[in-house]
Design a binder for this molecule. Structure first.
Ligand SMILES: [Fe+2]
Length: 428
């Protein structure tokens, strides 16, 4: 249980708030590169700031404040140029750093006059793994992590975005809470489907440990013991707002105090008989979180998590809780964030930042099925694999995968998903 002040400290992410300042010290994925093939400008809100993310005609990305310095018109309604973006109202042009580089009428009437050029906010952006990453903290920026999985060859990758109407922290608390798999992803769906048979194996123990880039979450269930990779290797909770499953990353990026951008990066190695495979473009799609009747979607694993987060309220009230042994990870996460707030207030780097470029080369993370996920399997072996088989059958992470992406996946994997006789994915 937290005090009101602690809950505010951990959840307020707007400009000038300590947690917002802490989170801004990390690179965050904020869009898919392929989104910009259709439209080069995207209005985006991050950490309580209204921004525009754009790809200029020379192919570089920029992230600047949305408000034109002239009279406040929104640059999202402007257009991109060779090295920046122009306001659609009077043609004021800004470069990638947000510096105004042209005011057409002023230049026409007084070409010799040197006016002090106004500036709007501009933030560094980088492209990696099919995503656009933003850094909104103080300089110098740390390294943008080069996780090894981003370089695994022969993988079909997709990026899924969803806007979640609640605070970032309750989304991230989910990652350090392994008991929820048993109830949220196994027993709940089973019972809601009318199956009153025995419940899924009980979680017997869990452990949370620090590692260089965050926390490792371990657990084992009835029918297994501590030799299971879910205990001996565990899963990586990437600091401060990520999660890694081997074939799948998640990040929870604050939009503002009560909205979060949920980003999923999911990869599947093609059957080895389909190699070599080089993906021309990583597709990006936005997942719905409600169905056509307006009900929350609970058919897919990520959607099940989302309803848990949203149902805790716009900002979870942590002053009225009954924490127990299952919440060891949640407590560890909160305590380490509170420690990091002190560390930053003392002028030091918070945990998990990478400063040494020599170290930032294909960093390997704890991964329960690394060898097969990275190197691939024959299709016949994949179909029997507990993670890869079901993923071949269906994109179980989030509902609403566009038909064109499903078709491309089937072509690349040389499968017809509807004909695969496989059980539905059971999260472990
Ligand atoms: Fe979950």
């Amino acid at each position: 249980m937290l005090t009101e002040e602690q809950n505010r400290l951990l959840t307020e992410v707007g400009p000038g708030k300590p947690m917002g300042d802490l989170l801004r010290r990390y690179w965050h994925p904020v869009a898919g590169v392929s989104e910009f093939d259709k439209k080069p400008i995207k209005a985006i809100r991050l950490f309580g700031e209204n921004l525009v993310l754009f790809r200029s005609l020379d192919g570089r990305f920029g992230l600047v404040g949305s408000r034109c310095a002239h009279r406040g018109s929104n640059l999202a309604f402007g257009f991109v140029e060779e090295d920046g973006i122009r306001c659609g109202y009077h043609g004021w042009r800004y470069n990638l750093r947000g510096e105004c580089t042209s005011r057409p009428f002023e230049e026409t009437v007084a070409p010799d006059r040197k006016l002090k050029a106004p500036k709007i906010d501009g933030y560094p952006v980088r492209v990696k793994a099919g995503m656009v990453w933003a850094y909104m903290g103080p300089q110098p920026a740390p390294e943008l992590p080069d996780w090894e999985t981003f370089s695994w060859p022969n993988c079909f990758v997709q990026v899924v975005m969803a806007e979640i109407p609640c605070n970032w922290l309750q989304c991230q608390e989910n990652t350090v809470d392994p008991v929820h798999f048993e109830w949220m992803h196994n027993n709940g769906p089973q019972r809601r489907a009318g199956d009153t048979g025995p419940l899924s194996p009980k979680t017997l123990d869990l452990a949370i440990e620090d590692f260089e880039y965050g926390l490792v979450s371990r657990r084992y269930r009835e029918g297994t013991d501590k030799t299971t990779p879910l205990w001996s290797v565990g899963r990586a909770v990437l600091w401060p707002n990520g999660w890694y499953f081997g074939h799948h990353f998640e990040w929870k990026v604050p939009i503002d105090d009560t909205h979060t951008l949920f980003v999923t990066w999911a990869a599947l190695h093609v059957p080895t008989e389909c190699e070599p495979y080089v993906q021309a473009t990583i597709p990006t799609w936005t997942a719905p979180i409600k169905d056509e009747r307006g009900d929350w979607i609970v058919s897919h694993v990520g959607n099940q998590d989302i309803v848990a987060w949203i149902s805790q309220g716009p900002i979870a009230d942590r002053t009225h809780e009954s924490l127990g042994a299952s919440d060891r990870g949640v407590v560890a996460l909160r305590n380490r964030l509170l420690e990091d707030l002190k560390t930053v207030a003392d002028g030091k780097d918070p945990r998990g930042l990478i400063r040494d470029p020599a170290k930032n080369v294909r960093i390997e993370l704890p991964c329960v099925a690394r060898v097969e996920l990275m190197n691939g399997l024959l299709k016949a072996e994949m179909l029997k694999h507990p993670v890869m088989g079901p993923f071949l059958r269906e994109f179980y992470s989030m509902a609403g995968q566009p038909a064109a992406i499903k078709e491309e996946f089937e072509r690349v994997m040389a499968v017809k998903q509807s004909t695969l006789d496989l059980p539905t994915f059971v999260p472990r």
